[in-house]
Write a protein that binds this ligand. Sequence first.
Ligand code: C5J
Length: 221
Amino acid sequence: MIAVQASPYPYFLPPASTALVVIDMQRDFIEPGGFGDALGNDVSRLAAIIPTVAQLLALFRARGWPVIHTREAHLPDLSDCPPAKIARGSAATRIGQAGPMGRLLVRGEPGNQIVPDLAPLAGEMVVDKPGKGMFWATGLHEALQVKGITHLVFAGVTTEVCVQTSMREGNDRGYECLLITDATESYFAEYKAATISMITAQGGIVGWAAPLAALEQAVSS
Ligand code: C5J
């Protein structure tokens, strides 16, 4: 076990049964012209964490620990996208409609790809999820059980939406979840802070949180 100094108390990471999950670091959320931009958000806040996520990926890859990437992605016919999700909000361009990077949040489109600096390597699992949470309608829980994964380390965007939803889903399925605080971001600074507080409150009701430096220090000592 590797003891990571975390909030609300140390997180014990078993190397043989821990996976890194990088949530939705896709162009749709991070680059101008994508879904996040269409909703009126400042996407530069999210782009700023790319180097830290790359460093976290390097840590896992160097040790041969499993890495999972997710993308929020719908089938081209949108049969896996509830009409309510398409209708929500006041964006001029909606899910499934064409933007500068192709159809928003649709599988296979340029905007749906993970940003080049964080591109998945051969052998890394890439999960296309129709919901905010990574377990809904993906079969991921079964795949993780086959691999004997019990602990999940989280990074990605956005902290309070897809990251938090996935952590909560993971927590409910019995995974011990750690959020790397400088490898996640929100369009809203206050929502990121509130999410970290919510996750770690009440003795870690959803899980743990720690900066990347704490994980790096723990694995190197
Ligand atoms: C959102 C996400 N914010 N990946 N998706 O719609 O958090």
